[in-house]
Write a protein that binds this ligand. Sequence first.
Ligand SMILES: [Zn+2]
Length: 408
Amino acid sequence: MTDRLYYHDSFLYDFDAEVREVTDSPRPALVLDRTAFYPTSGGQIFDTGTIAAGDAKLRVTEVADADDGSVVHYFEAEDSTRHSFKPGTRVHGQIDATRRRDHMQQHSGQHVLSAAFIRLYDMPTVSFHMADDYCSIDLDTPALTKEQIESAERLANEIILENRAVDIRFVTRDQAGKLGLRKLPPTERDELRLIDIHDFDLTACGGTHVSQTGQIASVLLRKVEKVRQGWRVEFVAGQRAVATARRDFTTLTEAAALFSAHIYDVPQQARKSLDEIRSLRKQREQSQEELAAAQAAALLAETAETNGRKLVVRTLSDGDLNFIKLLAQKVTRLSTHAVAILATTSPQPSVVFAQSAGQPFDMGALMKETMAKLGGRGGGSKDLAQGGIPSADGIDANLSAIAATLAA
Ligand SMILES: [Zn+2]
């Protein structure tokens, strides 16, 4: 069992210890007789830092609990350095204080927030998750309103502002049962470590916490989403809250500049732009229809009948696949005996084959044949087929050859 120094002092960032064990399997790791490094547990993530023996220094990249109660420090080091660490070696551990302080702010912020949801709405927290950028709690509740979120956030920040003492107490399981804990851990252990936020929250927890709520600085609630057994609430505390608000502001400022508007007017401006886009799209569809109808009429007028049908063959240099499809449909509907063999060279080389209802050819089959020849992909029905081709080179000659077969 490793003596866990962080149990008694979360602000202990460096310590002396003795190496108990060095291993390479499954990856290089150290076990010490005592440590201030926090191993991932109870939703809080591990500390990082260094362990030094004289001039030799290991970089601790991950810390975990082992089944036998010891704390395992995974490290990175050159072979020459690691040979300085053997069972019995005296070492000095140094924890990354910035990372630890951030974790204390997030984790303590979680205690305050979870207690706020209990106090106000009797909504218990069933799990806590800490990631590198944000944290979340899952609340056991069928519903969660915007007002409830804002009220819990307000209460949590009031408790932070009041700078209440956060004490660590050790009690027996029997004593804990009489104290009215927010959450009693399921473990069989007889001694429990309690985190006591003065007159606000009492819960059993093995994590690292601030000593006064003021050190949490602030709690900012963010996204909420429905999860299987309740609602997930994302939050950030302390410096993360400031960094997140800073990032939100930068993003919003960028968006506001695009609209030449104040940041608070961005949603209104975005809605206005979307409405305009929708209206323009509608207008464009309307003009495409009109343009296609006029072009179809002109094409039919200038095409002479061959074998009792009009064979319209044309390559457009601009017009997307949708437009030539529309054009082919107009040609084959305006005339009862037309066949349209159309292509466009840009923006994407494409072809469309169509015939008036009742004409004898199979456009789908013809398209498959053509695609096999041109190396494209496409298909369709008996009366209408489309395909995309990798290059428009020689497309006119190909269309003429197809027309010649149909005219024969
Ligand atoms: Zn805790």
